[in-house]
Design a binder for this molecule. Structure first.
Ligand code: PLP
Length: 442
């Protein structure tokens, strides 16, 4: 166990006094003082080990402080810390080649994270097609810069509206709550015909791309019906609209494959990624484009660049991180453990009155909590919280299980290296919390 840090309280206070925290009303922030980590756990300033059941921001896929990634970073720092984005480097060549291999696409443009990747993807789609509009989905998050925040469908975009022009939103393949009413079966078909209707009404010649999360993450792990992507791909092809696949959260083993869309046998025109690309060890994102888009930029200007595009230390971290996925058979582990996770989640759905739905693929999963299984009334309102969700959060905190809860969703997205015993320990804590919620609901 780690030791308590003597100045922990002061450090937290100074953090609050001198820095601004994301997505927070500042006086309501209550940060944990994080001092280190190992594998699936991180340590706080009071000497507690927390089970990291949300992999920080669903990014630290290989767990905390993996020695091989740390070594690669140290080696790169010793060799060369920085090279500007117009220089050729060995790490740039290596990572570009590897990303082409695992995605089946052609070339990568490097950014510092997911938001910037989506900004650049949308811009490239506009340059390539000469069209303006981008279709996105309501239940989506694509980042916090102005364009990617506008492209997001979820309430985080509201404060910046009207944002950038040209974003058109459609409804999601959310089978638990079909937005037009009716059955899930009806909506499996309707969600595609609805997109075609929107394309017709907007004018196909005005639409550059559709930007989707491979599998929707922070808006409730929305897993589409099997034929959604093949049908969407055909629909977009029919109108010459590009498919941009945001794999920032769902990519790099989270669902047991390199890309979530690989489960559906389709190929996007552009993939954006970040998070699991380096497991968070260094900031990095990428826009990976198809042959035809890469070819276009052979004789057209790529209007864009970033001082830190292709930062050598970030690229070295990514190369080592991807190597760890392969050397340690991590995706196999995710698939095996994902099956166990699915069985436990299904059992929780049967056992607890408050569990309305469970959705899972690999180690990407959520419990959707409700007041009543029949009416599906959410346990907390959309964009809000409730005493019941607060109770669950407090219980998990008391057990030092670090969990991502949002509205009426309780996510389970641990590091991909988590052991079965660690996973079961975290799920046991969830079960205790769900029993408390059931008790509250009477
Ligand atoms: N896209 C998706 C699907 C995400 O989940 C996120 C972040 O959570 C982003 C984009 C934005 O990435 P970043 O925070 O690295 O800018």
């Amino acid at each position: 166990m780690p030791e308590a840090h003597p100045d922990s309280a002061q450090i937290i206070q100074d953090n609050r006094d001198y820095t601004l925290f994301s997505w927070s009303v500042q006086q309501a922030t209550n940060p944990i003082h994080m001092v280190g980590g190992k594998g699936s756990h991180f340590f706080d300033g009071d000497g507690n080990a927390w089970l990291d059941f949300s992999s920080q921001l669903i990014n630290i896929n290989v767990g905390h402080q993996h020695p091989k990634v740390l070594q690669a970073i140290k080696d790169q720092v010793d060799q060369m810390c920085f090279a500007g984005p117009s220089f050729a480097t060995d790490v740039r060549a290596k990572l570009g080649k590897k990303l082409a291999e695992v995605t089946g696409l052609a070339k990568s443009f490097f950014t510092l994270g997911g938001s910037e990747a989506n900004e650049n993807a949308m811009k490239m789609a506009r340059l390539y097609t000469g069209r303006d509009k981008i279709i996105t989905r309501y239940r989506s998050y694509h980042g916090a810069t102005m364009g990617s925040m506008t492209a997001s469908g979820d309430p985080r975009r509201w404060p910046v509206e009207p944002g950038v022009p040209g974003i058109v939103r459609v409804f999601d393949p959310y089978m638990y709550r079909p937005p037009m009413g009716g059955s899930a079966e009806d909506w499996a078909d309707g969600c595609i015909t609805h997109i075609e209707e929107v394309i017709q009404m907007e004018g196909p010649h005005t639409i550059a791309a559709m930007l989707v999360e491979g599998i929707t993450g922070s808006n409730g792990i929305i897993i589409p019906p099997d034929d959604y992507y093949p049908r969407l791909r055909a629909l977009l092809d029919k109108y010459g609209i590009l498919l941009i696949d945001d794999e920032v959260m769902s990519g790099f083993g989270r669902t047991g494959k390199w890309l979530a869309t690989q489960h559906y046998g389709i190929k996007p025109d552009i993939v954006t990624c970040a998070k699991g690309l380096t497991s968070g060890y260094m900031p990095l994102g990428a826009v990976i484009v198809s042959d035809k888009i890469a070819e276009f930029f052979e004789d057209h200007m790529l209007w864009g660049g970033l001082t830190y595009s292709g930062h050598p230390v970030s690229l070295a971290a990514a190369i080592a991180n991807l190597q760890v996925y392969e050397d340690e058979n991590i995706f196999e582990h995710v698939n095996e453990l994902g099956e166990h996770l699915g069985k436990r989640l299904e059992a929780m759905k049967r056992k607890y009155a408050c569990v309305g739905d469970v959705r899972y693929i690999g180690l990407f999963s959520v419990l959707e909590l409700v007041k009543d299984k029949k009416t599906k009334e959410p346990l907390a309102p959309f964009n809000g919280s409730s005493p019941e969700m607060a109770k669950l959060a407090a219980h998990l905190k008391s057990k030092h299980v670090y969990a991502f809860l949002r509205f009426n969703w309780a996510f389970v997205c641990p590091p991909l290296v988590i052991t079965k015993e660690e996973l079961d320990a975290g799920l046991d804590a969830y079960e205790e919390g769900l029993a408390l919620v059931d008790e509250m609901m009477g």
